[in-house]
Design a protein. Sequence first.
Length: 146
Amino acid sequence: MKSRVLGESVLAQFTRFVVVGVSSNGVYALLFVALASLGPFTANLAGVGASTVLANELHRRHTFHAADRVGWFQTQWEAGGLALIGLGLSTAALAAVHVLVPAAPAYVQVLAVIAVSGLVGAARFLALRGWVFRAPNFSGLEPAKQ
C-alpha cells in the first residue's frame, strides 16, 4: 500500500493531490473565518492566495515529486495562473450565495467555495500533471516511469 501511495502512478499522484487539496482547503477555511470581519470577498482572496501558494509548493515537492525539475517561482507562476480560474469561480460562487441567501453564515460561504474548488480540482490535477509538473517522459495518463 505504501509504495502505491508514494509511487508515480496516476492513482498515487491523485491520492496525494487530494490530501494536499483537503489540507489547503482547511487552511483556506481557517483564514476565511479569521478574516470574515473584513468582508467575504477580502477573506476569500486572502484565503485563496495563501492556500494556493501552500498547495502549489506541496504539489511540487510531494504530489508530483518535481522539486528537482521545476523551481518555486515557475511553480507559483504557472500553477498560480491556473488557480486564478478557481478564484474567479469561487468568487462567482460567493456572489451566488449572497444573491440567493443574503444572510448566509460564513460556513455556508466556505462550503460553496470548497464545492467549487472540488470541481475545479479535477481539471487542475490534469493540468498540473500534464503541463506544470510533467515528467520528462510523460505520455498522457500512463504512469510516469523513472
